[in-house]
Write a protein that binds this ligand. Structure first.
Ligand SMILES: NC(=[NH2+])NCCC[C@H](N)C(=O)O
Length: 409
């Protein structure tokens, strides 16, 4: 059976993608919680939505099927028993495993139709939306001024991160920060219960019930047997060993390239500094390369289920070797200028979404990087980015490929 998920490269013609249109969760962010919510500013929602619709239209105009995360989730929860089980888990992960608040939240959420319920969970539930007879001591003594019973999920529009398609399967991710961890519970239900995916042979390479952390922004499918991953603020080395073991055991993948990037918010994922845009072309933020060098590890299956690890530092050479290309073109974000490069990287100038070999979607504001891509022969579709970029993610972060065409060679 052909799996409904099929992604054997970063660049093969994109056929189906999953997005999330930003909703009310954005308006439930206020200055005191910005940092914890992992955003640096508050997008103006109506414009963010217009920009997001433009992004979706840009993809649709290229013949790409666009699926929406919240709709897939609601479809997955059509059965009452499944919905109940999901809600119990979601409430527990939101800090309400039992008790009066749990009961009131459950009643409130179940009073809505399923789509409204999903949208509400993503948006967050304020305390003043529900009435509870009694509250806990923690509620009274510790959290009295806090406005939410369920936190908003303002990063939900970065559908790249809670999960990642690899080959005919997916990783459902245990994300690093609490602000995002519940997002992948939706993914788990989508894969298990949405008729598009349920019982259709989707391999789960790694589920979300692990202590070690991994996020999709670090996961890059370089070819049908080479997988690259960031050792980053969001993805730990232990998780990489685990995923490598699973891929080597059950898939066509025989090479994992782990790239150690700086652990900071501006570069939280590998795809904020490095993306693949053609058979032999990549964007790279020049500041991660120290004279062309960066700590890189190549993992291969060894004897008796062991993993062999080679330490390397020349990224360009590593890519040439693992992709079997005579020469790799690394295109520097912001043309390598000491001011332009970090400025455009901050607004996701390195975060290109490749929709076909040599064809990408990027933010319009990164005009220096975009011009340079064109000079390197890349076809660039620019999308509007004033508000969306405030969440600190670009077109690759905002998209989760579900199906790509296989590459010809
Ligand atoms: N794939 C990505 N680079 N995603 C960016 C996610 C940004 C989001 N504010 C976060 O910190 O999680």
């Amino acid at each position: 059976m052909q799996s409904p998920i099929h992604v054997t490269s970063e660049i093969g013609k994109l056929k189906t993608v999953m997005l999330h249109r930003p909703g009310h969760e954005i308006e439930n962010v206020y200055p005191d919680i910005l940092h914890r919510m992992l955003v640096d500013d508050i997008p103006y929602l109506p414009i963010a939505q217009e920009e997001h619709d433009y992004f979706a239209k840009t993809l649709k105009d290229q013949g790409i099927e666009v699926l929406y995360f919240a709709k897939l989730a609601a479809e997955a929860l059509a059965d009452d028993q499944v919905k109940d089980e999901f809600l119990e888990k979601m409430l527990a992960e939101s800090g309400h495993a039992a008790g009066a608040v749990h009961d009131a939240l459950k009643e409130y959420l179940l009073s809505m139709d399923t789509q409204a319920m999903v949208d509400k969970i993503i948006a967050g539930v304020r305390k003043d939306e529900i009435h509870t007879k009694s509250v806990s001591l923690a509620e009274m003594a510790e959290d009295a001024d806090y406005p939410f019973f369920m936190d908003p999920m303002p990063n939900a529009y970065f559908t790249r991160d809670p999960q990642a398609s690899i080959g005919d399967g997916i990783t459902i991710n245990h994300m690093t920060f609490k602000a995002r961890q519940r997002e992948s519970l939706f993914t788990e239900y989508i894969i298990k219960h949405n008729p598009r995916f349920a019982n259709k042979g989707v391999h789960v390479w790694r589920d979300r019930y692990h202590d070690t952390r991994i996020e999709g922004g670090d996961e890059l499918v370089l070819s049908d047997h080479v997988f690259a991953i960031g050792i980053s603020q969001r993805t730990s080395a232990d998780a990489i060993m685990d995923i490598a073991r699973n891929l080597f055991k059950d898939s066509n993948y025989d090479t994992v390239v782990a790239i150690h990037i700086p652990h900071n918010h501006a570069m939280m994922h590998l795809d904020t500094v490095f993306t693949m845009i053609n058979y032999d072309q990549f964007t790279v933020h020049p500041q991660i390369l120290d004279g062309g060098k960066i700590d890189t590890y190549i993992l291969h299956p060894g004897k008796d289920g062991e993993i062999e690890i080679q330490h390397r530092t020349d990224l360009q050479k590593v890519l040439e070797e693992v992709l079997d290309k005579p020469e790799i073109d690394l295109i520097p974000t912001g043309n390598g200028d000491p001011i332009v490069a970090p400025r455009e990287q901050w607004n996701d100038g390195s975060n290109t979404l490749t929709i076909a070999p040599g064809e990408v979607v990027t933010y319009d504001r990164n005009y220096v990087s975009n011009d340079l891509l064109r000079k390197h022969g890349i076809l660039v579709h620019e999308v509007r980015s004033s508000e969306l970029s405030r969440g600190r993610g670009g077109p690759r972060c905002m998209s989760c490929p579900i199906v790509r065409e296989d590459l010809k060679n």
